[in-house]
Design a protein around this ligand. Structure first.
Ligand code: IMP
Length: 439
């Protein structure tokens, strides 16, 4: 049995914390999509660690952390993270603990530059996505256009030279003539790539084969998703999405693990919703319930771990969550940050959308429609502020919060198998064993 952790909303649900918790029971932890646009915040013994690329299982010594082929990999960011984990003592023997797929595509400085220039160019207009500026989209574009540079190429000087020359030639036309920006110098970048490749050599592996061998030995694999369902390139609010497959299907294509391997999918959701960047957000309360939005943002510390941007806040959206349950084939839900709603007299849950004279209870495929819908809410009683350090079981939670959990389970037809009531590892209720074969 393997577990896939997926974001059920627009990212920032708290996947890092759940991955960290489940890592204790797992043998291998694998990132399968996205790149360092992710920001996973972990709090262990009061100490905060933010990871962007290395799997969140790294804080458990003895576990193997993998970066699979579906990831877009920035080697400079990778080494910054490795160095900081080594310096803090959290990591000892990095090349033994972390393996990077030969086939992952490399993010190079021209990808980041292109990402930022495009966003600046589109600023204020419909074409602005509000990306993280980490070169994610341009790197995936090159991959799909079959002109990307893969990790293994960094170890093959001649092949790298050819590929980089072609890539730079084309990019420079864009930089010089479309964006009026300085051109990229081949020689310096080529030398830097070779240097990074040498340092990367002991980390590089056929990650697919490593996973296959682990499966054959009955090892437990934890697939760590980044971003969220509604940012998926195929299933999200296109074009206001990221460029990878953030849903559970991405765990298969992003690693090369076959469909016949049993994988249980755990979706992560906050008790409310947030979104960073532009794009439709039907249950947003940023302009309609300003004070409540501010309060939730402050208590929930809703500022991006990657860019520091302030996250847009809204109520929980059951239309979106029902969709996420279906798209991912979710079998359990982790409910995060319900403590951040404590003290509110009432809370609201979006149960449907109004579009013209229609009432929609299923997710509309077109982002333009989503921009025009108005939410239909059900109002529920809130819960009082409670001492999260004293919570050992669901029965220790305020009764209205217990009712809220049952309400969600009924509405989504998925059990809540984990409850987080604070950032620390210990502020969690593990309600059932995710690896248990008993359902
Ligand atoms: P990109 O992934 O940097 O191309 O950004 C595309 C969209 O995805 C933007 O709206 C970003 O704000 C959003 N996004 C990317 N990564 C994350 C994340 O880890 N959490 C939340 N939103 C994200």
């Amino acid at each position: 049995m393997s577990i896939a952790i997926v974001g059920a909303q627009w990212g920032d649900e708290g996947k890092g914390k759940v991955v960290d918790l489940y890592s204790a029971q797992s043998d291998l932890i694998v990132r399968y999509q996205g790149g360092n646009n992710a920001g996973h915040t972990l709090v262990v013994n009061g100490k905060k660690t933010v990871l962007h690329l290395i799997p969140s299982g790294i804080l458990h010594p003895g576990k193997l952390c993998l970066i699979a082929n579906g990831v877009v990999f920035d080697p400079t960011v990778f080494f910054e993270e490795v160095d900081s984990l080594l310096a803090s003592g959290a990591l000892k023997d990095a090349p033994t603990a972390i393996k990077v797929s030969e086939r992952a595509h490399v993010i190079l400085p021209y990808h980041c530059l292109l990402d930022k220039l495009r966003e600046q160019h589109a600023a204020g207009g419909k074409a602005q996505i509000g990306t993280t500026g980490r070169g994610i989209g341009p790197a995936y574009e090159d991959k799909v256009a079959r002109r990307g540079i893969q990790v293994i190429d960094l170890l093959r000087p001649e092949l790298l030279r050819q590929k980089l020359q072609v890539a730079i030639e084309e990019k420079n036309i864009l930089f010089k003539h479309h964006f009026q920006a300085p051109a990229i110098e081949f020689a310096a970048l080529y030398a830097e790539c070779l240097k990074l490749g040498e340092r990367l050599r002991p980390f590089i592996a056929d990650v697919r084969a490593v996973l296959q061998a682990a499966l054959a030995q009955g090892k437990k694999i934890l697939f760590e998703g980044a971003q969220g369902t509604l940012l998926d390139i195929d299933h999200g609010t296109y074009p206001y999405v990221t460029s990878s497959s953030t849903c559970s299907g991405g765990a298969l294509t992003g690693t090369g693990v076959g469909l016949s391997n049993p994988i249980r999918v755990v979706g992560i959701t906050k008790a409310y919703t947030t979104r960073v960047g532009t794009g439709p957000f039907p249950s947003e309360i940023e302009h309609t319930e300003k004070e409540t939005a501010e309060r939730i943002r402050k208590i929930g510390q809703e500022f991006g771990a990657t860019t520091g941007r302030s996250r847009r806040v809204g109520w929980l959206d059951l239309v979106a969550l029902r969709y996420a349950v279906e798209v991912n084939g979710m079998s359990g839900l982790a409910l995060m940050k319900s403590d951040c709603l404590s003290g509110l007299k009432e809370i609201r849950v979006c149960t449907a959308y109004r579009l013209g004279d229609q009432t929609l209870t299923t997710w509309p495929s077109c982002s333009e429609d989503l921009e025009r819908v108005t939410p239909v809410y059900e109002t529920l009683p809130g819960w009082e502020i409670f001492d999260t350090s004293k919570v050992r079981s669901v029965s220790d939670l305020p009764s209205t919060l217990q009712s809220y959990i049952h309400y969600l389970e009924k509405a989504l037809k998925v059990p809540v198998i984990l409850m987080s009531v604070g950032p620390g590892r210990e502020e969690t209720l593990l309600l059932s064993d995710p690896y248990s074969t008993k359902s």
